[in-house]
Design a protein around this ligand. Structure first.
Ligand SMILES: [Zn+2]
Ligand SMILES: [Zn+2]
Ligand SMILES: [Zn+2]
Length: 199
């Protein structure tokens, strides 16, 4: 009997290389899986509790390790992918060898581009748009935007996943993250923003 195999693939946050390994369905059901990068810097884990798989996925995009719970069908049937909670991009692929390999190759290219800063203008353009319009609202309030040095000449520099507010007078800088829903929530409850310049 030929054993059915499942491949796991991710991008190692330590060495930035793709890691791919296959495990038999039998082994997965019995003991879950551990896939380690040859550099020793990261390990993907799938632990089965009898009902679900608890995944620990090293993320080559944001550098953190993400936890996820998966139904057995996600691991044992078809092809699936797990997304990075920070960037919403897929960072782990599970499925037939060929599909995993192809997706991993694309992920490696994407991560490399990201490192060189060549990817899309904004990490999340919807969030960026909302953050910018919120900043405009704050700037429109009297004393909405100011610097601790007393200046009100504040310049905005839009980055990929943040907006930098820079004091034209003293150069003090305040970075407003603009990558996740939470960033927007944080900003929406602030009536005014003061840059950390000194009087
Ligand atoms: Zn590695
Ligand atoms: Zn991530
Ligand atoms: Zn200032």
């Amino acid at each position: 009997m030929r054993e059915e195999m499942r491949s796991f693939g991710y991008l190692c946050p330590s060495c930035k290389k793709t890691v791919q390994a296959a495990r038999s369905v039998f082994a997965l059901e019995a003991a879950g899986a551990e896939v380690e990068c040859s550099c020793g810097g990261s390990v993907l884990r799938a632990v089965f509790d009898g009902e679900r798989y608890h995944m620990q996925v090293p993320c080559g995009i944001c550098g953190e390790t993400h936890s996820a719970r998966c139904m057995p069908s996600q691991l044992l049937e078809g092809a699936s992918a797990l997304a990075c909670v920070k960037t919403k991009q897929f960072c782990c692929f599970i499925g037939p060898e060929g599909a995993v390999e192809k997706n991993l190759r694309e992920l490696a290219v994407l991560a490399e581009k990201e490192q060189r800063g060549e990817s899309e203008a904004f990490l999340d353009s919807v969030i960026m748009y909302e953050v910018l319009s919120e900043l405009r609202d704050i700037a429109a309030r009297p004393d909405g935007l100011s610097c601790g040095c007393g200046s009100k000449g504040i310049r905005m520099e839009v980055r990929r996943s943040a907006v930098d507010l820079i004091c034209a007078e003293c150069g003090a800088k305040l970075r407003i993250p603009a990558a996740a829903d939470q960033d927007l929530d944080d900003l929406c409850c602030r009536m005014k923003l003061v840059l950390p310049g000194r009087p």
